[in-house]
Design a protein. Sequence first.
Length: 359
Amino acid sequence: MLELANISKTVGGQTHIAETSLALAPGAFNILLGPTLSGKTTLMRLMAGLEQPTTGRLHFNKQDVTGLSVRRRDVAMVYQQFINYPTLTVYENIASPLRASGESKHDIDRRVQKVAGWLKLAPLLKRKPQELSGGQQQRVAIARALVKNARLVLLDEPLVNLDFKLREELREELLEVFAGRESTVVYATTDPTEALLLGGNTATLHEGAVTQFGPTREVFYQPQDLLTARTFSNPPLNEATMVKSGNRISNHNGLSFAADGGLKSLAENSYTFACRPYHLLLSEPDAPSVAHARGKIQITEIAGSESFLHLDVAGHEWVAQTHEIRDYQINAEVDLFIDTRCFMVFDSTGRTVAAPEFS
């Protein structure tokens, strides 16, 4: 268990990490999700002991490790820019941290062979890094971290530079490798889809602050605020400022629908209404209350069996995600429908006042 108690980091008067408290347990992935420069790497460096916090304490398995250097911590870290020793074989690359710590030849061989088997590197142990593909080289970097059997493993966007197929394969392998292990694993990513695929627990970050932490699916489906919902949405949320007045919800751009279901209880006020792209439909759903709008196609992106329609909806830039091939002419108009039970609603401070009734 890694515990961060009121940790913060300021440099030159600038806050890099706002005061943060987290409890990261072994047995599941602990994911740091946020865009570039949101503080993920800095937070990991604090966990590793590569940097010291300005305030707060770090405890690992109930031991205060705040002042310990990285060399005195049982930690392994893998970066997105994989680094291997070009003159050493794959075997020697993986074995290098064990040789540095004075392990016996027998133990080194046993552990290298075991980790190489996990990551499908056994047939490649005699090769040099330049003889490997990008995905194989990243496997070597990960293997070198895993062979230490560290109690804390930090993975800083380790798959970001690989193509889609390799990312998919390595992600599955990592889940298998860490299943049932006692290591506390922290995994940083900018990709909400990757966070969902890894499961476990997720902390969403925005400008150095953790906005929410909890079971990954819970954070995705029940964000506590607008910042969290935006962080955990790719493509971006579809948003519109709307006013509840009587039994209608509308805005000056012409969007309007009935305040039915859970929306009835909203006080009369101005809110941000948001839905995810897959909730924006091109045919009317069978639902008690449906919001309707017209959208003008700006561009269509086809990705495999999915299409992403970028739309102008009453002056708002929205995206519809469909699980089929759709190819429209630019400026073509389409009807759009939203089951109103799928709306997320946020007040003027950005706090969630209504969460979707359906995922």
